[in-house]
Design a protein around this ligand. Structure first.
Ligand code: NAP
Length: 255
């Protein structure tokens, strides 16, 4: 299986992760898909497996041993990873001082700790083989503080910073690390984040377009992919205007 371009996708049971699976399957890549909901993974496997080989592993990446268990499952199957997509993540809207700490800690565990551990476990092999890479899901929220979504935005700022640094460390190695920064995208994210009525999602992009742009950007060797012209313009503006203004605008949009 060493010559096959296996792609491991976390958070593949819905939204952007499921659409990334469809994009990679369209390129003939065998897939290892993971998330907690086994029934969703099985349905996606049934959809895609006529054309590509699909393995599924149901596990919880909020658990401290989640990333290690995933890599053990990859190794047990004799899979050599070509591309790792760290897509699993969630957000939660509300005031920092009153949101349950358990949710905030789980967000850090999944969006930051588990993602970092997976990068650390997979990157040495990629560098040794001098091919493939990692796609990390950051966000347009990575570019500024977001009041009323403080921990989520901070986790995504971390993902962007880490990914950009790894991209440079891997320069000229044949390995690409790409941070993907979607803006509002129509997925199940809004349900878990308690944002189903948020004005931010009024013109949300569709997950299939976001996934296609993400994979195309990774294949082009880009360090950062901001999905959609409006999102690119917004993040550029947030870097040009004073930080005080961007955080007050972000607070207004979240209210
Ligand atoms: N939608 C947006 O507007 C938006 C914008 C910017 C960035 N993003 C980022 O894009 C990524 C994908 O989100 P999405 O919008 O596609 O949301 P989604 O539809 O809710 O998908 C999230 C995925 O993560 C998985 N997941 C959640 N908790 C997990 C856990 N503890 N262990 C393992 N898997 C877990 C979910 O599967 P199970 O529930 O089955 O475990 C699901 O497959 C996230 O990192 C998100 O922060 C989204």
């Amino acid at each position: 299986m060493a010559d096959e371009r296996w792609t491991v996708i976390t958070g593949a049971s819905s939204g952007i992760g499921a659409e990334m699976a469809r994009v990679f399957a369209g390129r003939g890549a065998p897939l290892l898909l993971t998330a907690r909901r086994e029934d969703r993974l099985a349905a996606l496997k049934a959809e895609l497996s006529p054309s590509v080989r699909v393995e599924t592993v149901a596990l919880d990446l909020e658990r401290p041993d989640g990333a290690d268990r995933l890599v053990a499952a990859v190794e047990e199957r004799g899979i050599v990873v070509h591309t790792l997509v760290n897509n699993a993540g969630f957000g939660f809207q509300g005031r920092f001082a009153t949101l349950p700490y358990a949710e905030q800690a789980a967000m850090v565990e999944l969006n930051v700790t588990s993602l970092t551990r997976l990068c650390r476990l997979v990157l040495p092999g990629l560098l040794e083989r001098r091919r493939g890479g990692i796609i990390n899901l950051a966000s347009t929220a990575s570019f500024q503080a977001v009041p009323f979504m403080a921990v989520y935005a901070a986790t995504k700022a971390y993902v962007l910073s880490l990914s950009e640094a790894l991209h440079e460390e891997a320069r000229r190695s044949g390995v690409v690390v790409t941070a993907v920064c979607p803006g509002a995208t129509a997925t199940e994210f809004t349900k878990r984040a308690d944002m189903e009525t948020s004005k931010l999602f009024a013109n949300a992009m569709d997950a299939a377009t976001v996934a296609r742009l993400a994979v195309e950007g990774y294949e082009a060797g880009r360090a950062v992919v901001i999905t959609g012209a409006a999102n690119a313009a917004m993040t550029l503006a947030s870097r040009l205007v004073p930080r005080g203004l961007t955080r007050r605008a972000a607070a207004w949009l979240q209210r």
